[in-house]
Write a protein that binds this ligand. Structure first.
Ligand code: ZN
Length: 132
């Protein structure tokens, strides 16, 4: 397993890129609208992992709610797994509280599923299986 990305919520990706890209020197390699989660994402590789900037595209996006409560910051950590179906089954058997019992399509055609913070010491955890 490895950390696939860190999800960071922002009110505006263009504004956020002034820090992450222009000042810090990372490169935005991919921007995409993920309709399922009502977000625009920008991906900036850092070594083997990435910073994923998340901007809501609708008031009922989960990111809008997060921004209202917290005003931005780390929204989730994404761990890459070989087989997301097997991983979800294992977690379910151990009584872990899942947000997604079945994987859904995330950015970059990955399969993703979220694990509830109740079971992870308060961290919203995303499982990612990248397309082969
Ligand atoms: Zn993510």
């Amino acid at each position: 397993m490895k950390i696939n990305h860190l999800g960071i919520a922002t009110k505006g990706i263009d504004e956020a890129l002034k820090f992450w890209e222009e000042a810090l020197g990372l490169k935005n390699v991919h921007t995409e609208i993920v309709q399922d989660q009502k977000v625009k994402v920008a991906m900036l590789p850092v070594g083997e992992t990435r910073v994923e900037l998340l901007e809501p595209i609708s008031d009922d996006s989960p990111i809008s709610k997060f921004l209202e409560k917290r005003g931005g910051g780390i929204h989730h950590i994404a761990i890459e797994v070989e087989d997301i179906y097997e991983c979800l089954e294992r977690l379910k058997q151990r009584g872990v509280q899942l947000i997604d019992e079945q994987p859904r399509r995330g950015a970059d055609d990955c399969l993703i599923a979220f694990v509830h913070p109740h079971s992870t010491n308060g961290v919203l955890l995303e499982l990612v299986q990248t397309k082969k």
